[in-house]
Write a protein that binds this ligand. Structure first.
Ligand code: URA
Length: 433
């Protein structure tokens, strides 16, 4: 078998056999197939897609390139919630303690932020002493105690995805639905759970810019899950404005804690309540999504979800007192208030611009390996549908370095699209599949 023949076959839109897939992917992992041939293959996939059987085989080969982890020692209904990447997306920090308080467990691989999107690892690493576990034994210990098993990526899990993603990043082949679907699902299939719930972000700040694309991605991931014998549910959620109010790291942790104290932004609440209710349905505890609300309200009202978040922080090496004392989180030296020069109703907030503004003040990474400053970030005070009267405060920037702050301010001002017409408040959950 020769790699060039396999590339030619994909270029000519012909279906590859399992043996050809094995030859190509295992050969690439072993270093026998060079980057230039794999790049050509990825570009052929970009243009010609993969058939259902090809995509499943491709994903399974990626999954099996590393360890597959099963948590037999954790006696809970296990949920693996995954977001395709957003701005202000602190859902995991809010959702995990709620799932745990309701008797479930959240086990998943968590990622670092890149570009304009944030990552759960960075948000939690705002907490002094907090360490993400990459070792199974330690993870099981923490998850048994708290119901939360968030695991950092290691070279042992799906190493092929890491290698392929780096190549896709420099060959313009990231935005390919089958490649995104296999990349995400290989990591989901590498960790055992009772249900995988995917939060596919749709809009300006997301990979998927419109509902049609997002549905296609969702269907391909469900198809892979089915082929692998796993249950997959998908929530398509809006990314035409940042989720909630905080965009950054430490400030997102504060917003997550406030949520668990009952102070929430409506859009964040809609996403979290929907995902928890879907998990309860999959666990057969409720029959209709609406039945979840009362149960979730209860664990917020009685403080049990907040208590679990504190326990998780402590078990991971942080100080649990910070849930009541935000001074224990890193604080930026300066605050810049931003006032709108225009009047009107907020029609849209260009989310990617907000994410990039946060990135240039140090809250995110322009490229892999960049250091981030956990204390800096942006808080947004006006959401879509709200009215802005002249010279009203719309946002604040928390920063340590003057260098890019004026540019960030201008980006935030440009991100707010106003109109004279009244605007309907947007739905945060666009579709459930
Ligand atoms: N997230 C992933 O894990 N992989 C992709 O290809 C895109 C988003």
């Amino acid at each position: 078998m020769r790699a060039v023949d396999i590339i030619q076959k994909k270029r000519d839109n012909k279906k590859l056999s399992d043996k050809e897939m094995e030859f190509l992917l295992n050969g690439y992992l072993a270093g026998n197939i060079p980057d230039y041939q794999m790049s050509a293959f990825l570009m052929a996939v970009y243009f010609n897609d993969m058939a259902k059987e090809e995509l499943l085989k491709f994903t399974m080969l990626m999954r099996d390139s590393g360890d597959v982890i099963k948590f037999d020692e954790i006696n809970r209904f296990l949920v693996d919630k995954h977001s395709t990447g957003g701005v202000g997306d602190k859902v995991t920090a809010v959702l995990s303690p709620i799932l745990s308080a309701l008797g479930m467990g959240n086990v998943k691989l968590s990622g670092k932020g890149l570009g304009h999107t944030g990552g759960t690892i960075d948000k939690f690493e705002s907490i002094e002493g907090f360490k993400f576990s990459t070792a199974k034994d330690e993870l099981v210990k923490i998850a048994n105690k708290t119901g939360i098993g968030l695991m950092g990526y290691s070279d042992k899990i799906v190493p092929l995805d890491k290698k392929l993603y780096s190549l896709r990043d420099v060959t313009a082949t990231v935005p390919s639905i089958p490649l995104i679907a296999s990349s995400i699902m290989s990591k989901k299939l590498a960790i055992h759970s009772d249900v995988i719930i995917l939060d596919v972000k749709v809009g300006d700040g997301a990979f998927m810019k419109n509902l049609e694309q997002a549905e296609k991605l969702a269907q391909r991931m469900i198809e892979i899950g089915k082929g692998a014998g796993r249950k997959v549910r998908v929530v398509l959620s809006n990314m035409d404005e940042p989720l909630g109010h905080a965009v950054g790291n430490a400030n997102e942790i504060i917003e997550a804690i406030e949520f668990l104290k009952g102070n929430y932004a409506d859009d964040l609440k809609e996403v979290v309540y929907t995902i928890v209710s879907l998990a309860l349905m999959e666990k057969s505890e409720i029959r209709e999504l609406e039945e979840g609300k009362e149960k979730i309200d209860e664990v917020i009202k009685n403080g049990s979800a907040l208590k679990i978040l504190g326990e998780f922080i402590e078990a991971s090496g942080g100080n649990k007192e910070l849930v009541n004392n935000y001074d224990l989180l890193p604080k930026a030296k300066s605050v810049m208030e931003i006032f709108s020069k225009k009047e009107g109703y907020v029609k849209k907030i260009k989310t990617e611009k907000i994410g990039k503004a946060a990135m240039i003040i140090g809250a995110g990474r322009a490229k892999k390996g960049d250091e981030i400053d956990h204390s800096v970030g942006i808080n947004i005070f006006k959401k879509v549908g709200e009215k802005i009267t002249g010279n009203e405060k719309i946002a604040e920037i928390y920063y340590n370095n003057n260098e890019n702050v004026e540019e960030a301010k201008n980006m935030i001002l440009e991100a707010f699209v106003l109109t004279g017409e009244k605007v309907e408040k947007q739905k945060a959950v666009l579709k459930i599949i």
